[in-house]
Design a protein around this ligand. Structure first.
Ligand code: PAF
Length: 328
């Protein structure tokens, strides 16, 4: 982060809630984080660490591992299931094979504003989806924000689907994302995030899409001169704990983790939204050519992507999609 962005970061709120009694034993939670230090996700996790350690009086220690050191999102989730890792904060997109409902977050332009996002996270829909994910060896305790995804590429400015013809775009391992980029005329390839910088640098792929914060913290702008503010998909992070670990915790500590995940959720969204515009400006100042689409240009992308809804509506659940649309 630049010194400016670091100093404008919203301060961590005071810790609320008193000390939580455990059973006299000490616990450690290792948290696998996909993004780099300094981003909103890491900052949110630092707040989680502070809450849990303070309220457990040091009996629950939280250790943060950034930049997918403990594996990418899918590997980390599988480590939770086998009980070799305690917690992770993956994007929902790579998890749609396990939880098909999560694909609702991959539909293009379904979340027009962060107000709709907040209504989902803090309301019944978010709670229901956490219940869905509390199975298969996992306990889901909260949401936070990866954010609105933006396109970058090494070839030329993009302001319409026609400009995407033939561009090789890296996507997350997610079938709806593949469908989106194919429908737009690009040539998408799913790839683990860990391989992405090198793939962009060596021209194995021409472009990728991620929120501004990740674009800057992963230094993609050094190898991607062009960006388009597409806001095409909103991606959440979900807070997952290993069920094997969870079952060993005293109830008081389980509740403490749930409370801390809720506090992290609110704070991380605040950080993410503060940094988003600021980092876009910094990327521009650093020489990235950013195309901002007019409402008419966005409408062209939306129209072209309408068939994606037809392809996935039944699998995801039409009611869920309609419920989210009604929130706008
Ligand atoms: O592009 C991705 O794979 C994801 O957005 C990331 C950065 C790993 C966060 O989960």
């Amino acid at each position: 982060l630049s010194a400016q962005a670091a100093s404008d970061m919203p301060p961590m709120p005071e810790i609320t809630g008193g000390k939580v009694a455990g059973n006299g034993q000490d616990y450690t939670i290792r948290v696998s984080i996909g993004t780099t230090k300094g981003g909103a996700q890491y900052r949110g996790a630092e707040y989680f660490e502070k809450i849990v350690e303070s309220r457990s009086d040091g009996h629950v220690q939280v250790q943060l591992f950034d930049s997918a050191q403990l594996g990418d999102d899918l590997q980390a989730v599988s480590s939770l299931q086998s009980g070799t890792l305690e917690m992770t904060l993956p994007s929902t997109s790579p998890l749609v094979k396990m939880f098909p409902e999560f694909a609702v977050f991959d539909l293009p332009f379904l979340f027009p504003t962060t107000d709709v996002v907040d209504q989902v996270f803090d309301g019944d829909i978010g709670d229901q989806l956490l219940k869905v994910a509390s199975s298969k060896g996992l306990v889901a305790i909260g949401w936070s924000e990866n954010g609105y995804r933006q396109l970058t590429n090494s070839k030329h400015p993009v302001s319409s689907p026609a400009d995407l013809e033939g561009l090789k775009i890296r996507t997350m391992q997610n079938p709806i994302h593949l469908d989106i980029w194919r429908t737009l005329g690009a040539n998408p390839t799913p790839m683990s995030f860990a391989e992405l910088f090198t793939a962009l640098e060596q021209g194995v792929v021409d472009g990728q899409e991620n929120p501004w914060i990740t674009i800057q913290s992963s230094k993609f702008n050094e190898v991607q001169p062009y960006a388009t503010e597409t806001n095409h998909v909103y991606t959440p992070f979900i807070t997952l704990v290993s069920k094997r670990y969870w079952d060993r915790l005293p109830e008081g500590y389980q509740q403490l983790l749930v409370d801390a995940a809720q506090d992290m959720s609110r704070y991380e969204r605040q950080v993410s939204r503060t940094l988003n515009d600021q980092i876009k400006q910094e990327l521009k100042d650093d020489g990235m050519q950013i195309t901002e689409l007019t409402p008419g240009q966005v409408a062209v992308f939306q129209k072209k992507l309408a068939p994606v809804y037809d392809h996935w509506r039944d699998q995801i659940g039409g009611q869920l999609i309609d419920d989210i649309r009604e929130l706008s």
